[in-house]
Ligand binder design. Structure first.
Ligand code: GLN
Length: 483
């Protein structure tokens, strides 16, 4: 699987005058057009061509542009001034962002060109990108299968080589799981590492923006631009980024804990990929031991009892009065009711109802407040494990890409796709899905990702580890066959 020109390659070529940002933008638009069947991209940025045209002048003026001319897609819940931010929802079909997210502003300041917006599950609620009001995104490895979600458009775009890198958001796994199902890297940073200003809120205490890429070098390049404190996001952390891709030397003596609770219920290909990953680490001088985190069995329940209440409160703003679509009614109540009934899809409505219920008096203590206690226990258990281990490892997903339609009628089966990822958001930790292997299903090769988890603010360790695995020739990144 060839790795296409990376963001680092493209930036070097633009910096050296070997190509221009405008030429890269044209080539990207052609690839997006040729791959329209994937439905990975929901809108294009009309300002892109002007921005690309400026890069040459900015370089000539001596500006430092580490991402000079690099074309980037961002998930459609991340604001770019003047472009539509639909969040995969009908209710925001005509909403144009009046301002730009800090993460995007930082990319643009570094010379990147935002090409357009990537498809997603409605309001980032889902694991398959099938709940988008703009139709499902297809997995480039097998178009009969889902790319994962909710950032499935971003993952599929990078896997199909439309752009070398993309941004997604991860509330319970939405960067890592689609990265795993599409065979690319996906990083969920420590909560607070990247500003959430301009990211449309789903569950504010869990949401983080994160990058997709084919190489550790690109992850480092992006994170050094994206991470950092932002006065516009009070939860952003003052932790200046120092990312660099590592070498196999970084793996020597690394203490790796294999999470026991993640070993059951995986497909044979996922089990085999975990074993080859552990063998590679052992061969490079890491020490491997199992560790049990018993509270993880409550992670899915606690996650949904926290994410849905937060969503029910965050989504109250879509009442047809200020944002997006409005359906007329005979009075204000009817107008709001009709707007929300017709504007939101079934999964979003389900979550608003369950979330409101879990917060209501009489049930708050039984559900929401209990889930918050479990959240604390899970965070404490991770902290304890990191007394013994430098990183923890699990599969990213118990299975490779599943068929479209396979889980759409069973919400609990869809929620269970996140069994290995949600606890990390509850604890606020950084985690990286590494493309580590393949599983052949009915003669079709499907990617398998392995998840590494680090202590809070040790995101850099994950990117070093990835570089180490690449140095061993172990990482299976690259575009899907045929792209
Ligand atoms: N699938 C999980 C959910 O539906 C996670 C989604 C996400 O990380 N945005 O909530």
């Amino acid at each position: 699987m060839p790795v296409p020109p990376t963001a680092a390659d493209l930036a070097r070529r633009v910096q050296s005058g070997d190509t221009t940002a405008s030429a890269l933008l044209d080539a990207t638009l052609n690839r997006i057009e040729a791959a329209r069947n994937l439905n990975a991209v929901v809108s294009l940025n009309e300002g892109a061509s002007e921005q690309a045209g400026q890069i040459h002048r900015r370089l000539a003026a001596g500006e430092h542009l580490p991402l000079a001319g690099v074309p980037i897609l961002v998930k459609d819940n991340i604001s770019v001034a003047g472009t539509r931010t639909s969040c995969g929802s009908k209710i925001l079909a005509s909403y144009v962002s009046p301002y730009t997210a800090t993460a995007v502003a930082r990319l643009q300041a570094a010379g990147a060109v935002i090409v357009g917006k990537a498809n997603m599950d409605e309001f980032a609620m889902g694991s398959s990108t099938e709940s988008s009001a703009y139709g499902p995104t297809l997995n480039p490895w097998d178009t009969g299968r889902v790319p994962g979600g909710s950032s499935g458009g971003s993952a599929a775009a990078v896997a199909a080589g439309l752009t070398p890198v993309a941004l997604g958001s991860d509330t319970g796994g939405s960067v890592r799981q689609p990265a795993s199902l599409c065979g690319v890297y996906g990083l969920k940073p420590t909560y607070g590492r990247i500003s959430r200003y301009g990211l449309v809120a789903y569950a504010s205490s869990l949401d983080q923006i994160g990058p997709f890429a084919h190489t550790a070098e690109d992850l480092a390049l992006l994170m050094n631009v994206l991470a950092g404190q932002d006065p516009l996001d009070a939860t952003s952390l003052d932790a200046p980024p120092a990312f660099a891709p590592g070498t196999p030397e970084d793996l020597r003596g690394l203490r790796v804990g294999v999470v026991k609770e993640s070993l059951a219920g995986n497909t044979a290909g996922v089990d085999a990929t975990l074993q080859t990953t552990l063998d590679a680490l052992r061969g490079a001088g890491a020490t491997i031991a199992e560790v049990s985190l018993p509270e993880l069995k409550y992670a899915i329940a606690a996650y949904y009892l926290i994410a849905m209440p937060e969503a029910s409160s965050n989504l109250a703003r879509y009442d047809g009065m200020v944002y997006g679509a409005r359906v007329a009614g005979s009075d204000v109540t009817e107008a709001m009711t009709l707007t929300r009934e017709q504007g939101f899809g079934p999964e979003v409505q389900r979550r608003i109802m369950i979330g409101t219920y879990a917060l209501s008096s009489g049930y708050y203590d039984a559900y929401y407040s209990k889930a918050m206690k479990v959240r604390r226990l899970i965070a404490n258990r991770f902290a304890e494990a990191f007394g013994q281990f430098d990183v923890l490892v699990t599969p990213t997903s118990p299975f490779p890409a599943f068929r479209r339609g396979e889980k759409t009628s069973d919400p609990l089966a869809m929620y269970a796709a996140d069994v290995d990822t949600v606890a990390i958001n509850l604890a606020g930790l950084p985690a990286l899905s590494v493309p580590a292997g393949f599983e052949t299903v009915n003669g079709v090769t499907l990617p398998v990702g392995i998840q590494f988890i680090a202590p809070a603010l040790q995101d850099e360790r994950l990117v070093r580890l990835a570089g180490g695995l690449e140095g061993l020739g172990f990482v299976k990144a690259g575009v899907a066959p045929g792209y």
